[in-house]
Design a protein around this ligand. Structure first.
Ligand SMILES: C[S@@+](CC[C@H](N)C(=O)[O-])C[C@H]1O[C@@H](n2cnc3c(N)ncnc32)[C@H](O)[C@@H]1O
Length: 295
């Protein structure tokens, strides 16, 4: 017979945590249970599954820590705030309270920026990521375009502090991070960059002020500055379009993430500002989530 001090079988813990998260309305409770257990046990999600099927046990302390985290997750604290990490393309960012948690749909936005940058016939292409948050897009670009130099701008001091940690861990000395307003990017960036940037990318706040998100993880834990973009959600997009005209080189690209319903409005505001060939692109779930244009 096993006593309490010998801990609990991993498979049993996994089931209990998944049930608890499912009852709390979490969308993928089994995945979250595996990731929380992996965090506590210090192993990958695949290894948690292997430990479960082989009947391995977690110690009593590990079981208690996992159940405590499950309680917080059931109160809809974001999974990434509990593990402190958010995967994004080929990298893993440190995240927590005060910074927007990078989303899978933004990986497709970064892809468009990476593709545009990788096709630039310059030995050291330059990108700018406005509204960088944790630094996700800027750092993914630096990671995947090894010749690129990237500048990242963030207004929130709290988010900037997270980005600073991520840039020093993952930036490879090729990512410059600036604290300030995207509207002032032309003044913040080195003077020599004006009109010479190859790709300007941004996932700005774009939720219309009145459309408060339903998910508690977003509504209560992502910073308001990261979410809301004025009455129609496009306040920052208008700023980025104008600033982009000062930064981007002729033939360079602008890449902007937005809500599914905003593509047409963004294409027309970019065209009105003088950008060429505005085009909206679907994400992997076929939702129109990114608009690009050429300077
Ligand atoms: C939707 S989040 C995106 C963060 C990150 N780019 C990502 O994709 O995970 C928007 C970010 O823009 C920042 N932000 C909001 N207004 C800004 C402004 N005027 N200038 C610069 N950054 C701003 C917020 O603090 C937040 O970090």
């Amino acid at each position: 017979m096993h006593t309490e001090s010998e801990g609990r079988p991993v498979g049993e813990l996994m089931g209990e945590i998944a049930d608890r998260l499912g009852a709390a309305g979490i969308e993928h409770p089994a995945a979250d249970a595996e990731l929380l257990l992996g965090h506590v046990l210090g192993v990958s999600r695949g290894r948690v599954q292997a430990l479960a099927v082989t009947g391995s046990r977690a110690s009593a302390e590990q079981a208690e820590a996992a159940l405590d985290l499950a309680g917080e997750r059931a109160r809809r604290v974001p999974l990434q705030h509990l593990t402190g990490r958010a995967p994004f393309r080929g990298i893993e960012l440190e995240v927590g309270p005060g910074v927007f948690v990078p989303r899978p749909e933004t990986e497709g936005v970064a892809q468009l920026a990476i593709d545009a940058l990788a096709s630039v016939p310059d030995p050291a292409p330059t990108a700018v990521d406005l509204c960088t948050g944790s630094g996700a897009i800027a750092l993914a670009i630096a990671n995947e375009v090894p010749t690129a130099h990237v500048w990242a701008v963030e207004k929130s001091r709290e988010a900037h502090a997270w980005a600073e940690r991520n840039v020093s861990a993952l930036g490879d000395g090729r990512v410059g991070l600036l604290l300030g307003d995207a509207a002032d990017a032309a003044a913040l960036l080195p003077e020599g960059l004006l009109g010479r940037v190859h790709v300007l990318v941004s996932n700005p706040p774009y939720v219309p002020d009145a459309m408060v998100p339903r998910d508690p993880e977003v509504r209560d834990h992502d910073p308001g500055l990261a979410l809301y973009g004025g009455p129609d959600g496009l306040d920052l997009v208008r700023v980025i379009s104008k600033v982009g005209l000062e930064l981007v080189a002729p033939g360079g690209a602008i890449v902007i993430e937005h809500a599914e319903t905003q593509g047409a409005a963004i294409r027309s505001l970019l065209a009105a500002d003088g950008w060429r060939a505005p085009a909206t692109h679907p994400d992997l779930t076929l939702r129109d989530r990114t608009t690009t244009a050429v300077r």
